[in-house]
Ligand binder design. Sequence first.
Ligand code: UDP
Length: 337
Amino acid sequence: MTVLVTGGAGYIGSHMVLALAEAGESVVVIDNLSTGFSAFLPEGVPLFIGDAGDENLVEGVIEQHSVDSIIHFAGSVVVPDSMRDPLGYYRNNTFTTRNLLNAAVKSGINRFIFSSTAAVYGNPDQVPVPETAPTRPLSPYGFSKLMSEIMLHDVASAHGMKYAVLRYFNVAGADPQGRVGLATAGATHLLKIAVEAATGQRAKIDVFGTDYPTPDGSCIRDFIHVSDLAEAHRAALSYLRGSGDSVTLNCGYGRGYSVLETIEAVRRISGRNFAVQYAARRPGDIMTMVADTGRLRALFDWTPRYEDLDTIATHALAWEEKLLRERGGLAEQAQSA
Ligand code: UDP
């Protein structure tokens, strides 16, 4: 039996495919390569280049490869882009998921793991945030994912499918062996920007907001290593293959680091003293986002291996250096510490 991974050539999906292949699972990928890279796939994993919402394609792949479980990553993930192009997000995320689910139902798939986001919570009333917190997204991105969650819930009730919705907090880092990582151009994520600064690709990093009522005035985030996140999906698969009921779970470590602490970790592990500039708050930012991970840890057989900010930053930096070497040599380094 085979696992279909949509978006398997992307940042998180490629870590998932590696984890599944290493565990001896049969895997097949659908990816339209809009942000993914076919070179990220290990040898022997079939790639179908196309849209996860193309029902004919999906049904054909399911039949041809005896797919019995789907892990759905394909979608758009940039919050500000979703503000500018809401309909594009409802197409790529909500509509695509609707069609994928339709193909899954027609093909009798009964296990579905969905890549969701902490953005469904909006501004939380309490932190750490439990899964029972109200869902009040602040962006079309968050709504597009929440609408997919709701569809999945309804489909499961109507058709007997079992699902795991995993709501990611701040995904970061790269494969510890350096095979895959975040290579999408124009990424805006804090750790990515920080390692770009540490490798001299940026003159400085801006800290968006230093006047929040937090210990050091900057925002607080719960970073989860992308390889640990992939393992959480493998745990979800085992759980659903066993007697587990459908479930919605936060994926983080339950520990927050401030933006300033995160930048400091990159400075420390890189030994490079790049410039840090205090800037105005970024509109739409939530002050503190930390997961309540009690249910994840209780329900899944999941033991994170990289639950440490320095390790996450080290892997992110190593990957960034590899990308630079592959692009023809390290750019001029930031000023030495
Ligand atoms: N951030 C920052 N400078 C940057 C990028 C991000 O200060 O160059 C801050 C951002 O304002 C937020 C935190 O880092 O408080 C995490 O932002 P990111 O975009 O990585 O993820 P988000 O939590 O918004 O999904």
